[in-house]
Design a protein around this ligand. Structure first.
Ligand SMILES: *[C@@H]1O[C@H](CO)[C@@H](O)[C@H](O)[C@H]1NC(C)=O
Ligand SMILES: *[C@@H]1O[C@H](CO)[C@@H](O)[C@H](O)[C@H]1NC(C)=O
Ligand SMILES: *[C@@H]1O[C@H](CO)[C@@H](O)[C@H](O)[C@H]1NC(C)=O
Ligand SMILES: *[C@@H]1O[C@H](CO)[C@@H](O)[C@H](O)[C@H]1NC(C)=O
Ligand SMILES: *[C@@H]1O[C@H](CO)[C@@H](O)[C@H](O)[C@H]1NC(C)=O
Ligand SMILES: CC(=O)N[C@H]1CO[C@H](CO)[C@@H](O)[C@@H]1O
Length: 713
């Protein structure tokens, strides 16, 4: 996708000449130094092959065609050994970093709302040895408080250094760690804590007060609450004698000689023991706990690490996604296994412009200058839209230059070339948004739109990898090759997993399809988890063991394998609806196409099988909608615009044009829509933490509108 703009022909001429002269002068030496030819070959090479020779697979990475790779370092087969390995190899290197809070203030906005703003100081680091000791003492302290090996323990906490210290303590002492997202609803959290029968929970002061306190009565077995960020204080109003301790106090207990002696005889975990029970919100129903063993996680991080070239102890990773998400947990464990630094952050303090950072002070990326970063598409989309707004505000000349450079670089990238001049002059400023040192960006959790992926690739001057994996497969599945500049694909299988396509008759996907084999994605290998906690029925539906003893998970996603062994996600089984006239509509496909439309921030397509057409709920892009309204002479606030039938008609017209241009079938195009002024966030309960649509909740939320759009009202 190109950025479009009427550009002054003279300027175009000047730009072309400058670039031409520069290219001629530098091309030959540069071609040999940068190895553009090699880059191109590397991008196009075959990355995975079907090991059976059949189009359905199993497909396996060419880097491990004989057998899957299970461990990172010889003999390191449990997570406590991974940390021990790192602590003995990199004892004095920085491990976990947290910024000091210098001051905090409430800032009143012009509209009367109050925002909390913070000024943060330098990163303060724990070395590997210090972090290891802290974990050891914390584990032995928990044991002294009555926590038994192989009995579950819960963590309900924001992403921060103490989270990883806790996790490592639990790995060492073989306490299976139950993780819960902080955005899950009260009943879902109570369900998880009650189902896993935990007696101890690690949390933060904030979450205890705002979320946990209200549900304590529904978790009858809970006895101990450990707060990571509080001085030892009294918590008088706890029900039925629940004990509250600070993490520091528990570590002090654990450091006492009589307790650390117990530590010597701790029961060591086996590779098959459960390391984590991870509750995933899922897009339907109650959350499910996925049982992940030590060997699962180790296979997963082995696969992930293989896709990050030159991963070294001198890399810096910025941790800010929820650690209760398998992508973030695996990424941080990968970093620890290689001795990298992890600096902690949060979505509200990430950049200088972030909402909680006081104007004029530095955001976390500026301070940390990370080299590695993971992101979910939602965050990348936000950056994309921010930068584009900035570009719109530039002077005409600056804007034209930016767009010229952008389109020029896109052309060069697709040929395997770099554009050092444009990088230095034009994209330098955008790149500094993330600190200026990023060498790899990894996106996972949901599909990243090709436009955003290309944009990040061009503006941040580093490869943008896309991964595909689920909690059930321990995050492992595929990650795209860093040299691969194509978009819209999720890459080849990791070295720890095999991927097979299974025919799906109703959806019309077969491994014999031309030009590429298609079908439901099954992921197999040592990374595939032990299944759902206490749900035998669902385990039998979703998991199976093949005749060779390999375990498989049926993902419900539909994929297609390209000739170079890369996978493209094209559909989802659950999202298929049969219309009244018998046509099948894939809601996911319709949404994926329409989301590329700049007017649309988010869309949920909906169809009833007893109706003949598709409808949609749309979150329009505020800026674009306002512009469109001005053009059409429709007055009103954002909410009024969203309620106006005139605007509904206008947006529908734009959507229909985009859909036809992208070759959707006539019956796939929404015939009616409902515009929503409120964006969908995990807090509204309409999308999951990974920003996947929760169709059931959306349906309930828009019930009245559905009836109206289908002519009931
Ligand atoms: C960590 O603990 C070991 C053994 O208790 C001790 O020798 C070492 O000095 C400690 N290291 C740090 C950095 O506190
Ligand atoms: C907690 O779990 C027990 C069974 O383990 C069940 O009987 C009880 O209803 C559950 N309580 C809540 C509040 O979910
Ligand atoms: C880390 O060190 C290696 C060599 O030791 C070097 O090639 C690499 O560029 C360094 N990476 C960073 C991010 O500084
Ligand atoms: C098992 O999972 C299925 C599907 O999500 C759900 O309907 C059922 O209630 C679950 N059973 C238990 C015991 O949690
Ligand atoms: C827009 O419509 C919604 C739902 O129909 C209603 O609750 C809201 O008050 C309306 N807002 C305006 C500004 O008309
Ligand atoms: C839980 C699980 O599936 N574990 C398997 C992991 O892989 C090894 C080797 O393939 C198997 O022996 C385990 O049973």
């Amino acid at each position: 996708m190109k950025l479009k703009e009427d550009i002054n022909p003279l300027l175009l001429q000047v730009f072309r000449s400058v670039v031409w002269v520069y290219s001629v002068v530098t091309f030959l030496p540069w071609y040999f130094i940068s190895g553009a030819g090699v880059n191109q070959a590397r991008a196009k090479r075959v990355k995975a092959r079907s090991i059976s020779g059949l189009p359905a697979g199993p497909y396996r990475s060419v880097n491990c065609i004989d057998r899957l790779v299970l461990t990172l370092h010889q003999g390191v087969d449990t997570l406590d050994k991974v940390f021990e390995y790192a602590a003995s190899h990199f004892p004095n290197r920085d491990c976990l970093g947290t910024r000091e809070l210098l001051s905090e203030e409430d800032e009143v906005q012009p509209n009367g709302k109050v925002f909390k703003k913070v000024i943060l100081g330098q990163y303060k680091w724990l070395t590997y040895e210090e972090a290891f000791n802290e974990s050891r003492f914390f584990g032995s302290g928990l044991a002294a408080l009555g926590q038994e090996p192989k009995c579950n323990i819960a963590i309900f906490c924001e992403t921060r250094a103490e989270w990883i210290v806790t996790a490592q303590a639990c790995f060492m002492y073989n306490f299976p760690l139950v993780t819960l997202y902080s955005t899950l609803g009260g009943p879902a959290i109570a369900h998880g804590l009650n189902e896993t029968e935990v007696t101890h929970i690690i949390t933060s002061k904030d979450l205890l007060q705002s979320r946990l306190k209200a549900i304590l009565l529904d978790v009858p077995r809970l006895r101990h609450i450990i707060i990571v960020d509080s001085k030892p204080t009294n918590w008088p109003d706890m029900p039925r004698g629940i004990m509250v301790n600070s993490m520091a106090a528990v570590q002090e207990i654990g450091a006492k000689p009589e307790h650390s002696k117990v530590a010597k005889v701790r029961s060591l975990p086996l590779p098959t023991d459960i390391a984590v029970i991870m509750y995933t919100s899922g897009s339907t129903g109650i959350p499910k706990g996925v049982m992940i063993s030590h060997s699962n996680l180790i296979a997963g991080i082995t696969g992930m690490a293989e896709r990050i070239p030159n991963l070294e102890y001198n890399d810096t990773y910025i941790g800010y996604l929820p650690l209760a998400h398998v992508l973030e947990l695996s990424a941080e464990l990968v970093c620890i296994s290689h001795g990298c630094r992890i600096g902690y952050s949060s979505p509200q303090t990430l950049a200088d412009q972030s909402t909680k950072i006081k104007k004029g002070s530095k955001g976390d990326t500026s301070m940390l200058k990370p080299t590695l970063m993971a992101a979910v598409p939602e965050i990348m989309d936000r950056i994309y839209k921010n930068v584009m707004t900035k570009v719109d505000e530039m002077s005409r000349l600056q804007r034209s230059l930016f767009i010229l450079a952008y389109n020029y670089k896109m052309e060069q990238i697709s040929k395997g070339y770099g554009t050092p001049l444009c990088d230095r002059l034009v994209f330098h400023k955008v790149r500094s948004l993330l600190g200026g040192n990023t060498r790899i960006l990894l996106s996972g959790g949901a599909p990243l739109s090709p436009a955003t992926q290309r944009f990040m690739n061009i503006c941040f001057c580093c490869p943008v990898g896309q991964g595909y994996g689920l909690t059930e497969t321990c995050g492992a599945g595929t990650i795209s090759d860093m040299w691969d500049y194509s978009t819209g694909r999720v890459g080849a299988p990791l070295v720890c997993s095999d991927i097979t396509l299974k025919d799906w008759e109703e959806g019309g996907y077969h491994s014999t399809d031309k030009p590429n084999p298609r079908g439901e994605i099954l992921i197999g290998g040592p990374n595939v988890t032990m299944g759902y906690y206490k749900n035998h029925t669902k385990n039998q539906d979703d998991f199976f063991v093949d005749e060779k003893g390999q375990r498989w998970f049926c993902t419900g996603d539909i994929g297609e394998f390209h000739p170079d062994g890369c996978l493209k996600i094209i559909d989802r089984k659950k999202d298929l609806v049969k219309l009244q006239a018998g046509e099948y509509v894939s809601l996911g496909k319709v949404e994926a196409v329409l989301k590329n439309c700049p007017l649309i921030d988010n869309i949920c397509a909906y169809a009833n099988s007893d109706q003949s057409y598709v409808i949609g709920f749309v979150v329009p892009n505020q800026k674009q909608l306002t512009t469109l309204a001005v053009q059409r002479g429709v007055p009103g606030s954002l909410e009024e615009l969203c309620n106006s039938t005139d605007m509904e008609f206008e947006v529908l017209r734009v959507i229909t044009e985009a859909a036809i241009a992208d070759k959707l079938e006539r019956f796939e195009i929404p015939k009616k829509i409902r515009l929503s002024a409120e964006p969908w966030t995990p807090e509204t309960g309409l999308v999951t933490d990974a920003f996947k649509l929760k169709r059931k909740e959306l349906k309930t939320h828009y019930q009245d509108d559905i009836e109206r759009m289908y002519g009931g009202k």
